[in-house]
Design a protein around this ligand. Structure first.
Ligand code: SF4
Length: 512
């Protein structure tokens, strides 16, 4: 195990925000090589705007999405009741995700400590203690997540200490997610806040007699069983889930790894306390996104010596790399290459009928930074489309390697980092693409402008691996054939921007 900790933050009560621990950006326009140089020179953080229209949601919203996927849990919003408004919407999404994975579909149990003026003056700690004990005796959950919002962080409630005290009293595991929206303009800070809460408060190791029977030296069969277990562990991969990955993507990636005789655990989202305890019992942690999981994976390397691998298997090139790199880790690289050869031949034949329709169509790729950069290869190299630009909403230098590859493979494709609708509308009208790939939840003005769009991801759809290549091709071809609705929509939607805004450069307000 390395002497130098890869994740040095886990000793802290409260995790740092992405702004504090990484080079970040939400304001850039230029070429990929300039972007990478700027990321290396640490000048991205200094870039700003003279005018901000809106920003992506607060990190608490994303923490809520992640925690609401955990089975047998209760969420306590520690804050004013309004912070919980997103849960009404999330329950439907979470349950759709559970249904697609064959899990029990139940309402998400959530409570609010409903802090008002009195608590803001006198402190909200008593309310939080009462809420934890009420949640424990009423719902008997395995995990209680306490989401610490802006108000208790401003007034100085010691949420971490309360959680530590209550863990000794209640039967559930209690985890504090420190996610006040005001602390960070990077919504991706929520990933670290969620993982920090698991690291600090949730068991990552199997419990003897509950999860396994310890080896009995007097029983030779128990030694055989232990050896069998160790063999299985050496061939087990944890696939780290994302909110933007649906069951079809998980199934596709599990199918490919299972074809290499590897065991696959899909964790931690859409799992439960029993599954999370086995997170340390694997030979490799595989993340599909550099900007999502590094906080947990680095901790797993430090604490359990489980190596990690990050690569988004979008498109033939990236999927081949994903498969063969994992194969190499387990000493079966040639086998992985043969599997990639076989699957590629099948999918190339399957997408053949779509290629004529897609060839040279001008496509703008928008959404997650990593997805947009990696997806360029799928669209351009596999489907023959003309990628005229990528727009990522947020960036941090965990994704620097992705953009180095992007800048070297596609030096002429412009890169934008922006979550600003007014910039997006201006840019899309100037570029006049044939089709746009758009984030499933944000910056969705493309269709309102009258352009054909498909989601960059949707949790019911397939995007990763070989079935992903086929489904993206099919989706785009279908959308191009069915464009009447968006054309009508575009004629009737009016944006609140003055005419002279469209005469300006879309990134006129970015300050360097
Ligand atoms: S920004 Fe703060 S107050 Fe607003 S929803 Fe997020 S946590 Fe609540």
């Amino acid at each position: 195990m390395s002497e130098v900790l890869e994740n040095k933050y886990v000793k802290n009560d409260v995790p740092p925000t992405r702004d504090e621990r990484l080079e970040i950006s939400d304001a850039f326009s230029g070429l990929g090589c300039d972007f990478v140089n700027c990321s290396k020179d640490c000048c991205l953080k200094k870039m700003d705007r003279n005018f901000w229209q809106a920003s992506s949601s607060c990190q608490m919203g994303l923490s809520t999405i992640m925690s609401s996927t955990i089975e047998n849990s209760v969420i306590i919003m520690h804050g004013p009741v309004g912070c919980g408004h997103q849960l009404h919407m999330l329950t439907a999404n979470t349950n759709a995700g559970k249904a697609a994975r064959g899990l029990d579909v139940k309402p998400v149990n959530w409570l609010s400590t409903n802090l008002g003026t009195t608590e803001v003056v006198n402190g909200g700690e008593k309310r939080l203690k009462e809420a934890i004990e009420y949640a424990d005796r009423t719902f008997r959950p395995e995990i209680i997540f306490v989401l610490s919002t802006c108000a208790p962080n401003i007034i100085g409630d010691d949420v971490e200490q309360i959680v530590r005290d209550e863990e000794k009293i209640v039967s559930a595991q209690v985890a504090a997610i420190h996610c006040p929206g005001f602390r960070s303009r990077m919504v991706s800070s929520a990933y670290d806040a969620f993982y920090h809460s698991l690291i600090k408060h949730i068991k990552f190791e199997p419990i003897p007699y509950k999860d396994y029977i310890p080896v009995n030296p007097a029983d030779v069969m128990s030694e055989f069983a232990a050896e069998g277990y160790e063999y299985g562990k050496k061939h087990t991969v944890n696939l780290m889930t994302l909110e933007s990955i649906g069951a079809p993507d998980e199934n596709e990636l599990a199918r490919l790894l299972t074809a290499l005789d590897l065991n696959v655990n899909v964790v931690p989202e859409y799992s439960n306390a029993d599954k999370i305890r086995f997170i340390s019992e694997s030979a490799l942690n595989v993340s599909m996104c550099w900007m999502h999981d590094d906080y947990l994976l680095k901790y797993m390397k430090d604490e359990y010596d489980v190596p990690y691998y990050m690569q988004m298997p979008l498109g033939l090139k990236a999927t081949r790399k994903w498969l063969t790199d994992i194969g190499e880790h387990f000493g079966i690289k040639e086998r992985a290459e043969r599997l990639a050869d076989y699957e590629e031949a099948l999918v190339k034949k399957a997408v053949g009928p779509f290629l004529e329709k897609l060839r040279n169509k001008r496509i703008l790729v928008t959404g997650g930074s990593v997805r947009s950069a990696v997806e360029t290869s799928l669209l351009k190299d596999d489907l023959g489309m003309d990628v005229i630009g990528i727009v990522g909403m947020l960036y941090d230098n965990n994704a620097e390697g992705v953009f180095e590859d992007f800048a070297s493979d596609y030096p002429q494709i412009p890169v934008v980092i922006s979550d600003q609708p007014y910039e997006y509308v201006n840019q899309i009208k100037k570029l006049d693409p044939d089709i746009v790939l758009e984030h499933a939840n944000y910056l969705q003005e493309g269709s309102k402008c009258g352009y054909v769009t498909i989601p960059e991801f949707d949790v019911g759809g397939s995007y990763f691996g070989y079935s992903g290549v086929f489904n993206v091709a099919k989706k785009i071809a279908f959308a191009l054939d069915n464009s009447e609705y968006v054309k009508h929509l575009g004629k009737h939607v009016r944006f609140p921007y003055k005419k002279d805004w469209y005469d300006k450069d879309p990134y006129h307000y970015i300050k360097k």
